[in-house]
Design a binder for this molecule. Structure first.
Ligand code: 13P
Length: 245
């Protein structure tokens, strides 16, 4: 269960949220990761040190180092103690123009550095209504597979986040999500990836109320949680739901 804080938080508020997450009892039975904005990564590492909760980042540069003003490299994230990084979130693709090629470069760089990439894929509402959801997701996966190769791709965590379900309160139904997750796993398998090893997370309006219904599905291995990850009680309940299953 991964919390994507997006561009939210401040030192004071983070301190109480992180302190509550630190004491979560289920974190030894489920992989729990929080991804704060870059400036708060050290704070999260400090408060969570010695706990079972890991820290990740929301993005990394597609360049290794050098004259790239405003960028944050993967090796800096490692230096700060991050072990995970979200790549290709739909907000990065749509607001910041990240192409499949940039996303693939970032995934490859993360893998090379030993950061675990969480690759986000997902279709827009228009694409779903046009019957293109699977083709869109397949193209997003193929862009990465072409650069990374099937052998290394089993180390990627895939997050299926239908764009129409992000921050809208409109979750994909567990059946809709499962159909896409099964498609993703089958496509990875067809592409020569050890797909049973790959964790496929669902993201998009996951709450404490709907998490269990999603987690019981065989191909839904966890969740990438936005809004609900900013509230300790909600995030803890989602983690507990995963641990229970
Ligand atoms: P919400 O849970 O707020 O819908 O956000 C999902 C998301 O984009 C996580 O990366």
């Amino acid at each position: 269960v991964i919390g994507n804080w997006k561009m939210n938080g401040c030192l004071e508020r983070n301190a109480s949220l992180l302190a509550e997450l630190r004491s979560m009892s289920c974190a030894d039975r489920v992989d729990v990761v929080v991804c704060p904005p870059f400036p708060f990564i050290s704070q999260a590492k400090d408060v969570l040190s010695g706990s079972a909760v890991s820290v990740g980042a929301q993005n990394l540069s597609s360049f290794k180092d050098g004259a790239y003003t405003g960028e944050v490299s993967g090796s800096m994230l490692l230096d700060l103690g991050c072990s995970w990084v979200i790549v290709g979130h739909s907000e990065r693709r749509s607001v910041f123009g990240e192409t499949d090629h940039v996303v693939a470069t970032k995934v490859a760089l993360a893998l090379e550095l030993g950061l675990k990439p969480i690759l986000c894929v997902g279709e827009t509402l228009a694409q779903r209504e046009a019957g293109e959801a699977e083709a869109v997701v397949q193209a997003q996966l193929d862009g990465v597979l072409a650069v990374v190769g099937a052998a290394l791709a089993s180390d990627i965590v895939v997050a299926y986040e239908p764009v129409w379900a992000i921050g809208t309160g409109r979750t994909a139904t567990p059946d809709q999500a499962e159909v896409m997750h099964a498609f993703i796993r089958a496509h990875l398998e067809r592409s020569g990836v050890a797909a049973q090893k790959v964790k496929i997370l669902y993201g998009g309006s996951v709450t404490a109320a709907n998490a269990s219904l999603l987690f019981v599905k065989p191909d839904i291995d966890g969740a990438l949680v936005g809004g609900a990850s900013l509230v300790a009680e909600s995030f803890s309940l989602i983690c507990a739901a995963a641990a229970a299953i």
